[in-house]
Ligand binder design. Structure first.
Ligand SMILES: Nc1ncnc2c1ncn2[C@@H]1O[C@H](COP(=O)(O)OP(=O)(O)O)[C@@H](O)[C@H]1O
Ligand SMILES: [Mg+2]
Length: 227
């Protein structure tokens, strides 16, 4: 009998492997992730921006600091929105805290992190000031899975997101995209089925691929209440 790792439920939406959500603007990327945040059996933390760039209507209990996050965990909140004035700083706090929780829980607690506009947190063309955050996102993507932490990265600009982190996504949910992105070397190598993406009935329907390029689901669309 093969042993299934605890993070592997066999279901892309609930298992512990990472997911990248890619597509041009206004295609429903954020909406499907609201649904994921609300319905995942994982303890899910959405690292949101503060101010005008804050994503609206993120489901869950709102916190504004690492202390707030600790309290939310102590109160067994399942969906948490961390509203951050500095995501590049706070992602490191988040990573240290969640890895600590995972170690204390013997990795049996299922967790998830969602980061929208992830290219702002971990840019491909990183300056030295960005490097700490880039390394943190890579750490989440490379070492989170073993700790039963799923990292969900959303971006409308996949070539601007750190390549090393992007490559660590087992699942890739692909919405419509401009040709220059489709043809970029990093995306070409990922081998998406563009015919399937173009065949969806509307712009809000995405195609879920695994990291071999195999299509797992051609009909991924947020429920209206999350859009
Ligand atoms: N499944 C859906 N059905 C209908 N409208 C949708 C759906 N998903 C998204 N939308 C609408 O499309 C717009 C963009 O959605 P959003 O999730 O913010 O896209 P993105 O994050 O890709 O820019 C919103 O106004 C939203 O209400
Ligand atoms: Mg969005």
């Amino acid at each position: 009998m093969t042993e299934t790792p605890i993070y592997d439920t066999g279901i892309p939406w609930t298992d512990g492997y990472n997911m990248a959500v890619l597509g041009k603007t206004q295609t429903g990327k954020t909406s499907i992730c609201r649904e994921l945040q609300a319905t995942s059996p994982r303890v899910s933390v959405w690292l949101n921006e503060a101010g005008i760039d804050r994503v609206d209507d993120v489901p869950g209990y709102t916190v504004q600091s690492i202390d707030g996050l600790r309290e939310a965990f102590a109160n067994n909140e399942f969906a948490i929105e961390w509203v951050s004035h500095d995501r590049q700083r706070d992602i490191l706090e988040l990573q240290k805290f969640l890895f600590g929780v995972a170690d204390r829980a013997d990795r049996e607690l299922m967790m998830q992190v969602i980061v929208d506009e992830v290219q702002d947190v971990a840019p491909q063309d990183a300056t030295s000031e960005d490097m700490e955050a880039v390394k943190t996102v890579r750490r989440f993507c490379k070492r989170g899975v073993k700790r039963n932490i799923k990292f969900v990265a959303i971006t409308q600009d996949p070539t601007a997101y750190d390549k090393q982190a992007l490559r660590q996504s087992e699942y890739r949910l692909i919405f419509d995209m401009a040709n220059e992105n489709r043809k970029s070397s990093v995306l070409r190598k990922m081998g998406f089925d563009w015919d399937a993406v173009d065949a969806t009935p509307d712009r809000y329907t995405g195609v879920l691929h695994d990291d071999s390029g195999t299509v797992l689901d051609e009909d991924v669309k947020a429920e209206a209440r999350f859009a």
